[in-house]
Design a protein around this ligand. Structure first.
Ligand code: ADP
Ligand code: ASP
Ligand code: MG
Length: 440
């Protein structure tokens, strides 16, 4: 059994929905995970913002614009039949639900309910479209099996029990369709796996059903060696190890949700990244094999906060770092990068929710400086720290100020911290120093 996930662009137009049907109808049994149609989740997030700010007229206006889009999908994808009527009724109910939500008191739960409608719509529409085309497809509602626990980790036991039960109880099908991104929390309420979370849904399911492979189908031909949104002439990398891919995903390569690799690595299931718009291109295969040496790819993660903590008593009295770490532990805030000197330690966090309390506690025994608007640039490859070409990256010091460097923490990763205003220059310079030897 394979698990195939299709992202927003892949199901974002009639043309692409038809392409996806071609890709998945190859006679093999599979589970297909779908995102919302592109633009839908963003629209739903905006609608929630208007509700939160008590701007009900704008919220209603946006709901109507979105509804119009789904009416067009309905008329373009379905021929007149009972199936079309069912889809029309479903779309009607979803939009009635959204309109009623405008007059409810805003809460996180309301937000979660609203954003979940994107995946509910795309999967319903797509399953009915497959049925119309004579494909034996069944919908497996994610809200009946996908659940996270109190620490936001997948509740594997619950997921396994309920997914097996759903498959057994469902009519036999060649293709099972389910929603990415959405899930229940530990209290049984609607929640989600954070933005971009459909990738994570796919590998969680892959791990549970012991899939032979998980495929992530998107709008680009695999993991590129640099961020194609900011750097020209990037290219796809054919093979990545789980460790390399996990570092890139965690440090900002948007093609993969940060946690996607974990369940696949745990269950040793290869993950293939493929392009829906160009299915014949090889893509990227992520597996336990390490291939090649030296820097393979660069990624960047924004909204990082750097904190410099200077010891009030000089010369790193032992116990100082312990006290620092305990504060971060108490506030459940994880640290990404860290560097130390004799009198100070600098570290970074990406979740600044508890920053004020953290700083307050640190200031009881140290001097603290906070820099917002930082980006971590992460250079990844097998044994990068030992490779003879790695020194090239340090040329970037000529171009921009580097706030921190982390080297040697792992063999596969070197990280630089820069001001976010310098990020694109840094990505471009690193690209030419590392991958484009003529320019060096
Ligand atoms: P989907 O909707 O299919 O999940 P995403 O937009 O989440 O697609 O991810 C694909 C996008 O990720 C690409 O279009 C590309 O702009 C962006 N991206 C950022 N970094 C990388 C990278 N290193 N390799 C490939 N794509 C990347
Ligand atoms: N639709 C969700 C989002 O836009 C999940 C996903 O696309 O993976 O974040
Ligand atoms: Mg995505």
């Amino acid at each position: 059994m394979k698990v195939l996930k299709f992202g927003g662009t892949s199901v974002g137009s009639i043309k692409n929905i038809k392409r996806v049907k071609e890709i998945i109808t190859d006679g093999e049994e599979k589970i297909v995970v779908l995102s919302a149609m592109s633009g839908t989740t963003n629209a739903l997030v905006e609608i929630s913002e208007f509700i939160k700010n008590n701007n009900s007229s704008e919220a209603i206006q946006r709901i109507k614009i979105l509804e119009q889009k789904y009416q067009e999908v309905l008329y373009e994808l379905f021929e007149s039949s009972n199936i079309k009527q069912e889809v029309e009724n479903y779309i009607y109910l979803v939009f009635e639900f959204l309109k009623e939500g405008v007059f409810e008191k805003y809460s996180e739960l309301l937000y979660n309910k609203i954003v979940s409608r994107g995946e509910l719509l795309s999967t319903y529409i797509f399953t009915k479209y497959l049925n119309q085309e004579g494909v034996n497809a069944q919908l497996l509602p994610a809200l009946e099996f996908m659940r996270i626990d109190k620490t936001n980790d997948p509740d594997d036991f619950y997921i396994k029990q309920n997914l097996q039960r759903l498959i057994q109880d469902s009519l036999p099908a060649d293709i099972y369709i389910t929603q990415g991104f959405i899930c229940l929390n530990a209290y049984g309420e609607i929640a989600n796996l954070q933005r971009g979370g459909s990738d994570y849904t796919a590998t969680i399911i892959g791990g549970i059903v012991k899939a032979e492979e998980v495929q992530i189908w998107t709008d680009i031909d695999g993991m590129h060696n640099n961020d194609p949104r900011f750097v020209e002439n990037t290219h796809a990398i054919s093979n990545l190890s789980f460790d390399e891919a996990a570092e890139l995903a965690y440090f900002g390569a948007k093609i993969l949700h940060p946690q996607t690799v974990m369940p696949a690595r745990k269950a040793n299931i290869p993950v293939r990244l493929k392009n829906t718009l160009l299915p014949e291109s090889y893509g990227t295969l992520i597996s336990k094999e390490f291939k090649g040496e030296g820097i393979k790819a660069i990624a960047a993660k924004d909204t990082i906060t750097a904190i410099k903590i200077k010891s009030a008593r000089m010369l790193l009295a032992y116990g100082f770092l312990k006290k620092v770490f305990e504060i971060f532990e108490k506030h459940e805030t994880s640290i990404d990068m860290i560097t130390t000197s004799e009198i100070a330690v600098s570290l970074t966090i990406d979740d600044a929710k508890n920053l004020v309390s953290i700083v307050e506690e640190l200031e009881k025994f140290s001097m603290v400086e906070v820099d917002n608007h930082q980006s971590i640039i992460c250079l990844v490859g097998h044994s990068v720290v030992r490779h003879h070409e790695t020194h090239r990256l340090f040329k970037v010091l000529q171009d921009i100020p580097i706030r921190m460097i982390s080297y040697g923490g792992s063999n596969n990763n070197i990280s630089l911290l820069v001001n976010t205003n310098d990020k694109i220059t840094a990505l471009k310079s690193l690209n030419s120093y590392i991958f484009d030897f003529e320019v060096v």
